[in-house]
Design a protein around this ligand. Structure first.
Ligand code: FES
Length: 334
């Protein structure tokens, strides 16, 4: 399915660290089979996982130098998709190289992730300024595979009323379930992207992060910066000087199957990466059974399709944003 909102957007497909020089991987993006490889020069390339000769998946071949070599008859393709070698016809001319090319996608690395765009990029990879703040430490969590549509996952990330029910003893408890009034406004990311921002979101949380000892009032700000990306920041009152941003990025594998990458940017220098990941694994593990049991699996965008209350104002703004973008993937548009 072609999607006007997502084909021209950048999507994460791998942790950079999971793709060393000379490695290739097979993945899926928007229902397509995609091959990603890193050449000896360190550059990352992505394309349709299909050799133009007889259709063999290029991901079962190997990387040689900066090129990928098909496992069936040894055709070689460079990072631009040009065929540079056909072993059965060693004297390959330039015209043939251009004609025999593999179909490529745009690939970039940013924030420790590999990003792929299957169409023409409409804007840069999303802005995440906290990642580039030298005072904040970066930890990557996941990826987490989820049997759910991407928009349902983002909406859950924006949901404030589930803390006490799903994350009891950590992000909420059943004695503090009220969602106090908060503000939702349009958000301009300064790079041609428009989204929504929720501010003045305040909660009492028993253990808002792995450093917290006891409960605290915590102020959240949520930014939706792309259809399948949201970033939240937390300021716990009981931890003066503590800052944390958590970004959630969904790789849309299929309409109802997704992979989630989470990046922490925080002031915590005490905990090990493993301890921080374990904390995030626990939180995501609690969300997982909810996400996989929502019906319909696609997010319904029509006003009134699901019952909402004032606490759901941010999720309703997110649904309007998707509707206005013309998004069809993982949603019920009408
Ligand atoms: Fe790839 Fe023949 S199928 S080289």
């Amino acid at each position: 399915m072609s999607d006007p909102a997502l084909d021209g957007d950048w999507h994460p497909v791998a942790l950079s660290a999971a793709l060393p020089a000379g490695a290739r991987l097979a993945t899926r993006l928007l229902g397509r089979e995609v091959v990603v490889w890193r050449g000896a020069d360190g550059a990352v390339h992505a394309g349709e996982d299909r050799c133009p000769h007889r259709g063999t998946r290029l991901s079962v071949g190997e990387v040689k130098g900066d090129e990928i070599v098909c496992a069936y008859h040894g055709w070689r393709f460079d990072g631009a998709g040009r065929c540079t070698k056909v072993p059965a016809h060693p004297a390959l001319d330039t015209a043939s190289q251009a004609r025999l090319c593999a179909r490529m996608h745009h690939a970039e690395e940013r924030y420790g992730l590999v990003w792929v765009c299957v169409g023409t990029p409409a804007k840069p990879v999303l802005p995440f300024p906290e990642h580039d703040d030298p005072h904040l430490r970066i930890v990557h969590c996941g990826p987490y595979d989820v049997d759910a549509a991407g928009p349902r996952i983002v909406e859950n990330f924006l949901d404030m009323a589930h803390f006490g029910w799903v994350h009891g003893g950590i992000l909420g408890d059943l004695d503090h379930t009220e969602v106090r009034d908060y503000q939702v406004d349009p958000f301009d990311d300064g790079q041609g992207g428009s989204g929504v921002i929720a501010t003045q979101c305040r909660f009492w949380q028993p253990r808002t992060n792995s450093l917290a000892h006891g409960g605290s009032e915590v102020e959240y700000t949520y930014r939706v910066v792309r259809p399948l990306t949201a970033i939240l920041t937390k300021l716990p009152e009981a931890q003066a000087g503590f800052r944390e941003a958590i970004s959630l990025h969904v790789q849309p594998l299929e309409e109802e199957r997704s992979r989630v990458f989470i990046i922490l940017a925080m002031t915590n220098d005490a905990d090990s990466d493993e301890a921080l990941r374990a904390f995030q694994d626990t939180i995501f593990g609690q969300d997982l059974p909810i996400l996989e049991n929502q019906r319909p699996k696609k997010l319904p965008l029509a006003p009134g399709a699901e019952q909402s209350m004032a606490c759901d104002r941010l999720s309703l703004a997110y649904r309007r944003l998707l509707k206005e973008s013309g998004m069809r993937w993982g949603v019920i548009a009408e």
